[in-house]
Design a protein around this ligand. Sequence first.
Ligand code: GLU
Length: 280
Amino acid sequence: MDRKERMQDKKRIVVKIGSSSLTHAETGELNLEKLERLVRVLTDWSNQGKDVVLVSSGAIAVGRTTMKIPGRPKEKSVKQACAAIGQTRLMMVYQRLFAEYNKVPAQILMTKLTMVNDENRHNARATFGELLKMGVIPIVNENDTVVTDEIEFGDNDTLSAIVAALIQADLLILLSDIDGLYTDDPRTSPDAVLVPEVEYITEELEAMAKGAGSDVGTGGMSTKISAAKIANDAGTDMVIANGDRIEDLRRILAGEQIGTMFCAHKNENFHMIDYLTKRS
Ligand code: GLU
């Protein structure tokens, strides 16, 4: 099936944006122009009748810039304090940007427990369903302030795939600081080429993904491959694209060959809990 055909009926879409894509590298401050463009595209999709969910990182990054803490904090309590400070600021900015277009966002913070506990999971699913029915755009992040090592997703690539699986999304787009999956690390190897499409995730492919990452967020290429496994098994197509080009979101949905596409192949034995317990 070609991309155009694959993309034409996408109704429920999850977009994940990483910390390095929503902040300026030089200062760590929010890239408002980019966020504005992101909010505009998401609102427009929602106005077309699509169900749209945004998974946004940035709580810790925004918190630490607010408190002028240099570098990514190592101490857990400092990280958690930064997340508490940054999350509300981040939401305030989203709130204002969405208000420009009369769109209502909502905040959903979760931990692994939300997924592992049956009742929590059902409640979370029902809440997403209700919000989407209302035409609201849920903005999701990990509840970094209360999370402990045992119940931590740790990166929003995994979280966004879990969310996509939970709400049975048709498409997950990971906006990253790289164009997609390369055959080698493109920053060090001039021969590296972009892989446009991945039908199945093989061991060889997983090996290829090792090593590529950034120091602002927590998700390198390996976490993106794990995310693709979850999403694909749950029946969701996943695309990795470069967060520097927000306009690519529209082009992806129009079926253009952008980034790397990981093709869904619904696994009837898919159990979200297996993925969550495997990593802890
Ligand atoms: N939840 C973290 C935050 O909002 C980010 C995790 C990640 O970088 O993937 O700061």
